[in-house]
Design a protein around this ligand. Structure first.
Ligand SMILES: *Cc1c(COP(=O)(O)O)cnc(C)c1O
Length: 377
């Protein structure tokens, strides 16, 4: 039985009647950009996340860029972010003209290593951009303490972690800004590109609201140079149908993760040949990804080949750390400087974890991984 890495259809088809009603409402309204549908979704998100302001944004990438622009980050500034993350985290920094300064990550959480970030702070550092990778929060108390100590801003890249908590609080309101993505494979998946920017700061919210729409206020009078970072009404209306189901999806993902861990924990070579992901105490993990580590030259790639031969979907998030990307050659950071990021890029592989994964499908994945590990020793 083939097992896809992800399936966007089952979840959305189950909500087809409500989604069609929402679409019909937008169709009838003739209002397609921002407007009441977006405002309604923003209110729902603010309440769900426990933040003062939530702005509907065109994508997660645009939410990060907008946060940086609202903080007036640009040429001559430095922003610290992990090297082991999706490209957009650092790509947005570079697009403002600021320099991305890569810090290393922790091998146990895949999230930024705060002590390593601290070593990279200079007088030019304006902000730090922790990523809540795979759905688990970075260590926000330490990040915030570091930021306070140096008077720098904190932008949470929460693209993979909508609904995740730390110390009982939802992420997205723990820094100056939180940036979320509703890319179709994220835990709250839209029907195209969509995102959200959150903040508890009234003046930052006002600035971001202007910048989202070319910095205009009133219309055609431009106080700042902004962009078009607006959310479509249709995405907002459809996402508003899905948001009430989000915690239910997260529970199903967590159950899938627990079941993988229960089975894989019995395998030989655990902790050496095979390392399992785990939620840290105090973290409400939403399991956007379930990511194994296979140390040992070629082992990860061999497992992928093994899974592909059995028609089981898997993915490598991410095969090249950002410091080693061609476009960042000028920042000249090396594998020796960022050893854990370099190591994880060679060891990480993510398995199917989506909420609608059936027990039979998961059994196939468990059997295939188990056979690989047992045969490989
Ligand atoms: C998905 C993602 C983004 C970008 O979000 P888009 O909505 O695809 O633009 C940014 N950062 C991380 C860590 C992501 O996973």
């Amino acid at each position: 039985m083939p097992v896809p890495l992800f399936d966007t259809k089952i979840q959305n088809h189950a909500l087809a009647a409500d989604l069609q009603a929402a679409f019909a409402r937008v169709l009838a309204s003739g209002m397609f950009i921002l407007g009441p549908e977006v405002q309604n979704f923003e209110r729902q998100c603010a309440e769900y996340l426990g933040v003062r302001h939530a702005l509907g944004i065109s994508s997660g990438t645009d939410a990060i860029l907008l946060a940086l622009m609202a903080l007036d980050i640009g040429p001559d500034d430095e922003v610290i972010c992990p090297s082991f993350t999706f490209f957009a985290t650092a790509g947005c920094v570079a697009r403002t003209g600021a320099k991305p300064v890569f810090c290393d990550v922790r091998a146990d959480t895949f999230n930024l290593d705060v002590a390593d970030a601290a070593r990279r702070i200079t007088p030019r550092t304006k902000a730090i951009l922790p990523v809540h990778l795979y759905g688990q929060a970075a260590e926000m108390e330490s990040v915030n303490a570091l930021a306070r100590q140096h008077g720098i801003k904190v932008i949470e890249d929460a693209a993979q972690a909508v609904g995740a908590t730390q110390g009982g609080k939802r992420i997205g309101g723990l820094g100056d800004f939180g940036a979320f993505s509703f890319f179709p494979t994220k835990n709250l998946g839209a029907f195209g590109d969509a995102g959200l920017l959150t903040t508890n700061d009234d003046s930052l919210a006002e600035r971001a609201t202007l910048l989202r729409n070319h910095g205009a206020h009133p219309k055609y009078f431009h106080r700042f140079v902004g962009g078009n970072f607006r959310l479509d009404a249709v995405q907002a209306a459809l996402l508003a149908v899905k948001l009430p189901h989000l915690d239910g999806y997260a529970q199903l993902r967590a159950a899938n993760a627990a079941r993988y861990t229960e089975h894989f924990a019995k395998l030989p070579g655990l902790g050496t040949q095979l390392i399992l992901p785990a939620a840290q105490p105090g973290n409400g993990h939403i399991w956007n990804q379930y990511t194994l580590r296979l140390p040992g030259a070629g082992q990860r790639d061999a497992l992928r080949t093994w899974l592909t031969a059995r028609q089981i979907g898997s993915e490598i998030y991410y095969p090249v750390p950002l410091h080693a990307q061609e476009c960042f050659a000028a920042v000249a950071q090396t594998d020796t400087d960022l050893p854990v990021s370099a190591q994880l890029a060679g060891e990480a592989v993510s398995l199917p974890i989506f909420p609608e994964l059936t027990r039979a499908q998961q059994d196939e994945v468990i059997a295939a991984v188990s056979e690989f590990v047992v045969a490989g020793r």
